[in-house]
Design a protein around this ligand. Structure first.
Ligand code: GLA
Length: 395
């Protein structure tokens, strides 16, 4: 969440102090817990997660924060500083009431309850600096923050994989977006200084370090997508249909030669969608190898190829995303760039030389503006560890 089009990351200390101070003035006492739940950026492996394939995301140094304490009874009372709004709901039979940040809290409570967890109510204050709808997973950050808050106050064990599954269930069944496991899983299990190769079938995870001397730049086009009910669900349905037509459980099970031999079973669009998934899985595995070998050039080349595949085969890019990618790729110090996240707007991720990174951002901002007349928001992101909680005082 929670700052539409947020610019500079405000930093952990700043955000932590802000929610703690706001908690004190709202509830008249210190909070007992402080939760941090990061956003994420995906380096490569797009739309492969729900096809049981491979992804290579990292948690970033932008996060959702919640300061909270136990509340007697079965209510959750939460105030969002970014939306200047306070909401309350009961844990006894929470009901869907339209859209809004609090639905993510409710959906998470519902999913935990459905899994048999007995939850305790809480009151808290939320704030964050993950831009909304930009492809940096503000919604999964909020769901995982809520999951961490509920497990803390309810005395439940924290298992990032189980919680990621429940957050995905909240997103799929409560919010109504058919997304995969990537976002909540990396938010739960991210490792500082590393991206993580995730096998979305076995959920096996392997850390992959950023090549020495490189940084990750996030280039926000300032155009936004609306995930719910959009082409995201349509792409997912097309992939599932292609898998059925090819007689496999998921497109993860298809190789390039299978596709050549049996691709006639698919429509033109079906073939292009499947080709993106098959080639993207191969690129993602190769990208993880390149990272282990510290090979920034090879990683960058794979990122460029990934963008072309999303533009031409998966058809989820937009003129603004293409313009940003081209501006980045043609600026000195860039190893590679691609759109990141669900598509149809949001951000581009670029792998950049550390030394001229600031100059790179300035140059890309200028050339993007010249080309599109849009004002972008460009920043560097550090790979961070996943969700954390601090106990501030006993209750
Ligand atoms: C969104 C979804 C993820 C994933 C990406 C595309 O972020 O939440 O599960 O499918 O899109 O890779």
């Amino acid at each position: 969440m929670l700052v539409p089009g947020a610019g500079a990351a405000q930093g952990a200390a700043w955000n932590a102090e802000k929610v703690v101070a706001a908690f004190r003035s709202r509830f008249g006492t210190d909070p007992a817990w402080l939760v941090r739940s990061p956003g994420r950026v995906n380096l490569i492996g797009e739309h492969t997660d729900y096809n049981e394939g491979f992804v290579l995301p990292m948690a970033i140094d932008r996060a959702v924060w919640i300061a909270l304490r136990v509340r007697n009874g079965r209510d959750v009372v939460a105030a969002s500083l970014d939306f200047a709004e306070e909401k309350a709901f009961s844990l006894d039979g929470p009901r869907r009431e339209g859209k809004g940040w609090w639905e993510y809290l409710k959906g998470t409570a519902w999913a935990l309850g459905e899994a048999g967890h007995r939850l305790v109510g809480w009151e808290g204050v939320l704030a964050g600096d993950v831009p909304i709808g930009a492809g940096l997973s503000s919604s999964a950050a909020l769901e995982m923050a809520a999951a961490r808050a509920f497990t803390a106050v309810s005395g439940l064990p924290w298992d990032p994989v189980e919680m990621a599954r429940l957050a995905r269930r909240a997103e799929n069944e409560w919010v109504g977006v058919g997304c995969g496991i990537m976002d909540p899983l990396i938010i739960g299990a991210g490792r500082e200084g590393h991206a993580t190769l995730i096998d979305c079938r076995s959920l096996e995870m392997r850390p992959a370090p950023l090549p020495r001397g490189t940084v990750v730049a996030v280039l926000d086009t300032s155009t936004r997508r609306e995930l719910t009910g959009s082409a995201y669900n349509e792409r997912r349905a097309q992939c599932e249909e292609a898998a059925r037509a090819l007689g496999v459980k998921a497109l993860r099970d298809v190789t390039s030669s299978d596709l050549e031999a049996r691709g006639r079973a698919l429509s033109g669009a079906g073939r292009r969608r499947a080709r993106h998934i098959v080639t993207e899985n191969a690129r993602t595995l190769e990208a993880a190898e390149a990272m282990r070998a510290g090979d920034a050039r090879r990683l960058g080349r794979l990122m460029n190829e990934s963008h072309a595949s999303m533009r031409d085969d998966f058809e989820i890019s937009t003129p603004a995303l293409d313009a940003m990618v081209e501006c980045a790729q043609s600026t000195g110090g860039c190893y590679g760039a691609r759109m990141t996240g669900g598509g149809f707007g949001g951000c581009v991720v670029a792998l950049v030389d550390e030394a001229p990174a600031r100059a790179f951002l300035d140059a890309v901002g200028r050339s993007y503006h010249e080309r599109t007349r849009l004002t972008s928001s460009l920043y560097l992101c550090r790979p961070e560890s996943g969700v954390s909680v601090v106990r501030l005082r006993a209750e």
